[in-house]
Structure formats: C-alpha cells, structure tokens
Write a protein that binds this ligand. Sequence first.
Ligand code: PLP
Length: 382
Amino acid sequence: MSGGTKLDTRVIHAGEPRPRVAGAVTLPIFQSATFENPPGTDYHDLGYIRLSTTPNHVALHRKLADLEGGEAALVTASGMAAITTALMTVVHPGEHLLAQDCLYGGTHDFITREFARLQVDFDFVAGDDADSWAAHLKPNTRAIYVETMTNPLLAVADLPAVVEFARAHDLVSLIDNTFATPVNFRPLEHGFDLVLHSATKYLNGHSDLVAGVVVGAGQRVGRIKRALDLYGGALDPHACFLLQRGLKTLGLRMARHNANAQALAEMLSAHPAVARVHYPGLPDHPHHRRAADLFAGCGGVLSFELEDPGLAPGTIERLELMTNAPSLGGVETLITRPATTSHAGMAREDRERLGIGDGLIRIAVGIEHPDDLVRDLTQALP
Ligand code: PLP
C-alpha cells in the first residue's frame, strides 16, 4: 500500500483483491483443489492448493509481505513447516548453521535431530554475546538463526549485531518474529534476510488454526516456495481465510496484549509472594533498554517465579479466568509451567542452566480487560 498508510489500516486493506471478487467485501474461500487453465497459460500459472496459488493464498501472501515490509511472503501448513522449509532451503548438507541457544523447542529439536541426521553442521551461540560468535564461524557457515524474544524468559538477542555479523560474513540472517509480530518489530527494516512466523499465535490470534509464514526478498522466498511445493506443507484455503480474517484485528489485539502484559508484569513485580518477573517492558529486565530501542511494544508473554516454587501448581489451579494450556497469541489468557509443557523434553539440569526451574510460570496474556486478569491472578497467588 502507499508509503504513509498506517499498519492498522494495512492489516485490513493490504493485499485484498481489487476489483473485489463478485463484489464480496470479504474475500470468499476458494475451496477448490485445482483451477481451470485458460488458453495461453502454462504450468507456472496453475491454480492448485499444494502450489499455494489459489486466490486465498495470493491475497494472503500480498497482505503478509506488505505488513512485514518484504517483497514476497509464503504461508505454510504450520510454523514448523515455515521454519524447517526455510532452514533446509538456506543450509545444505555439508554446510554449517549458527543458531541462538534457547530457541523454541521444536526448532531446537529439528536442528539437533534432523540437521544432525542430514549432516548439516551447527553451533548454538549466546544471543547476547556478539563477541563470542566469530569463534564459532566456519568456512562453510551459511546462516545465522535467532528469535525476536525467547520463550519463556523473553531474552532479546543483540539483533542489530546479528544483522551486522551476517553481512560481514556473507551469511543469511533468519529470525522467528512470532512473539513480536510486525506491529512490535519489523526485522526486514533492520536488515534481516528472512522473517518466519508461527501464524498459529498472534497473526491469527484466535487459537483456532495452525499456520506459518515466511517473508523476504522475492528470489529467496521463491526458492523456499519451490521446496514447499515438493515437501507438501501448503496451507489449506479455509485456514488461509481464517488467517486473513484474524490479521485484520492484529493492530488492535497487539496494543491490548502489550498493555495487558505490562499491567500484569507490574502487578506481579510488586507482589510479596513473587520472587522474579521476566518481561522486557520492566526496567529491571536485562534487555529492557534494547527492547525499548527496537520494539514498539513487548508483546503478551511474560513469566515469573514464586518465592516458594512448590506453590506454583496450586496457584495455577486456583485461577478462574486463565486457562492452563500451552501455546500463546490468542485472545484468551493461557498459563503454563514450561517445565511441564514446552520444556518437558529437556533434562532438568539443562533446563535449570537456562533459568527454567520447576516453579517458573509463563502467562500468554490475552486481550480480556486488565482489571479482570489482575483480579484473577491476585486471588490465585499465595
Ligand atoms: N516459533 C515459536 C516462537 C513458537 O512458539 C512456536 C510454537 O509454539 C513455533 C515456532 C511452532 O509453530 P507451530 O506450532 O505453528 O508449528
């Protein structure tokens, strides 16, 4: 859309077909596996769901590319399909990847299990310690992979240094921007090459589908699309429709997620039963300054530790509004203990080394009224 148009307007109008299809104000669902080939067109023009070329895919790709400020976007059948297809397209057997430590569990497991099996070499690096990265560089290093904020401690890597390092060493820089969304941070504007999302979370926002997104330069996204065409991880048109609908309220939702998480983080910080709160919007978070410089808001995820970690399960059980469930990014507030969900597969020593103890509680704050969330948490805390 035109340069000055605000993101809250672009989420609604960008990428929508003009003229409208049969005048429909909302793009209908094209639930057709294949489309007629008019004379003069060839295989590359084919409309087919697995090739991500239905009208629902095309409109959604245009909207997502516009929101992240990229030339092209691609939707996939899950966040993991976006991540694995992008990584396998960028880094090949016999090459080497640098990846931030404490990545999302699925991404970490893909690298350590599948990349190891496919003979792709890798090293994990501390996102905060740019000076240590060069020591892990190899002649065959192809890419560096980070997340905008880590789960569940909300560490913010030195993102400008990642871009600088990638450029200096001719690496492709990839970032999982799920936790920030383009409302809070647009990595391509800061020089990242590829942006990935689990659209299952904030982009869709209603906890009712699983989807992924890749955004970047046209040629790069084209190569990833050709791999996706073969791996078969295309998104269904009905899910495209739901994601497109969800995106239209992204600006409003993120503003409330940001404000609600900040309110809960401040309330928890002042509570006598709470030992520590992890949220980059708080001045005592180790990456508060960096987050304030880079992000328009710190998103809806925070975590905290009780003075007595043994009281964590009872606290969760007493909650009335917040639901004990994994995932994040939906309108409803979810709460979990990462040691029993996202990080359950990890050995206790490894978890504790990363600062994820048995008593750590993560809240994926929804968009309910903040007063009700504060009241629910206050009555549940010891
Ligand atoms: N990236 C992040 C940061 C996530 O939190 C998740 C899922 O929790 C994923 C990727 C994977 O996404 P999906 O479950 O849509 O495959």
